[in-house]
Ligand binder design. Structure first.
Ligand SMILES: Nc1ncnc2c1ncn2[C@@H]1O[C@H](COP(=O)(O)OP(=O)(O)O)[C@@H](O)[C@H]1O
Ligand SMILES: [Mg+2]
Length: 351
């Protein structure tokens, strides 16, 4: 069952168009990630789901209940949706305990125990209860914001770039903790990020936004392998993109003949392979021949620029860092799996 349905949402701020025709189904209990560059409309979409912005047209339903359409809107505080905004937004004049307990009944006997339980669930030490927000690190503040949102027992949790202020190590630890916490509690979650690796690792469902439009959604692995166009391909990771002619399920391109994921013939199109689909060898002479013209050592991997013999095209190939062939070496490239045919970039209307 789908928890949340977004139907053709549109929103402008004056002349600035922020969302155009956004539709998406979010399955119950899933972790959906919305990814896109800065300014693509991610925060606007989350605020609209939370009830802090209203669409010009379109509708939103949660578990079958209409939250907003052209005739009415359920106010934010009646939606039972947890929202952790981009900056955490803790109340600076309240202690950690009071921030977390903000929405809990003030005189309730179990309030204290509930706050302690929430602090424990986000791995905050009990001794922090009396601290002020400014006495906490960025990661601790985010956990307090998350505990405050969890206190409301939300039907849906919205997280806006919750890890962006944290450094790399802490970020991945927090991501794992939050993912475990939310899936143990069975809470449907939407996370917004502009970080592609965060998106790919956190998501059951990934939705890519660009200029206020949702350009593609699906399982992260499918989007990585079968991106709809070149910009999406490059947004989700490194890619080798080249012109090709397609005949009977084969691409004829700078790499020779490569099998593709389409039966349709094409005189002129573009194909994509992920770097890990190119195998490089200095001894096995099957496959396409090329010469190493640049070499960038990066520790465990080395990025090589290889000029292909056929058409002189230069492509980037990864090699193991310590065994990378020397500059000027003749190498052979074999491909693994299928190349993906990219659609022509959809013409996006200027926003
Ligand atoms: N309150 C607002 N008033 C005017 N323009 C806004 C407002 N909120 C967002 N925008 C504009 O809408 C677009 C999308 O913004 P936003 O949703 O914040 O993007 P993202 O979160 O993906 O970075 C941007 O061009 C932004 O400048
Ligand atoms: Mg934002």
């Amino acid at each position: 069952m789908n928890a949340l349905e977004l139907n053709a949402l549109c929103k402008s701020f004056g002349a600035q168009r922020a969302l155009t025709d956004v539709s998406l189904s979010v399955p119950t209990g899933s972790r959906t990630v919305i990814v896109g560059p800065s300014g693509s409309g991610k925060t606007t979409l989350l605020r609209m789901i939370a009830g802090f912005e209203f669409p010009d047209t379109g509708s939103l339903t949660l578990n079958g209940q209409t939250l907003v359409d052209s005739t009415h809107a359920v106010p934010a505080h009646q939606r039972q949706i947890g929202y952790v905004p981009q900056d955490g937004a803790l109340f600076p004049h309240m202690t950690v305990a009071d921030n977390i307990g903000f929405g809990l009944a003030a005189k309730h006997a179990s309030r204290h125990a509930r706050i302690a339980e929430l602090m424990d669930s986000v791995a905050l030490d009990a001794s922090m209860a009396r601290r002020w927000p400014h006495e906490l690190s960025g990661g601790q503040q985010q956990r307090v914001a998350l505990a405050r949102a969890l206190a409301q027992q939300p039907r849906l949790m919205l997280l806006d770039e919750p890890f962006s202020a944290l450094d790399t190590g802490l970020r991945s630890a927090m991501r794992k903790m939050v993912a475990r916490l939310l899936s143990d509690a069975g809470i449907t979650t939407i996370l917004v990020t502009h970080d592609q690796s965060e998106a790919l690792s956190f998501a059951d469902q990934l939705a890519v936004m660009r200029q206020g439009r949702l350009v593609q959604s699906g399982h992260p692995m499918d989007l990585y392998q079968y991106p709809v166009d070149e910009q999406t391909a490059l947004f989700l990771g490194e890619a080798v993109v080249m012109p090709a002619r397609i005949e009977d399920g084969w691409a004829l391109c700078g790499l020779g003949r490569v099998p593709v994921d389409s039966e349709l013939d094409h005189d002129s199109t573009r194909i994509m392979l992920r770097p890990e689909q190119l195998l490089l060898s200095t001894t096995d002479d099957s496959g396409c021949r090329g010469v190493v013209t640049e070499r960038e050592f990066g520790g465990n991997t080395c990025t090589l620029t290889v000029e292909l013999q056929g058409d002189g095209q230069a492509i980037l190939v990864r090699s193991s860092g310590l065994q990378a062939p020397a500059l000027g070496s003749v190498v052979h490239l074999r491909t693994v799996g299928l190349a993906h045919i990219l659609k022509k970039q959809p013409a996006l209307s200027p926003s």
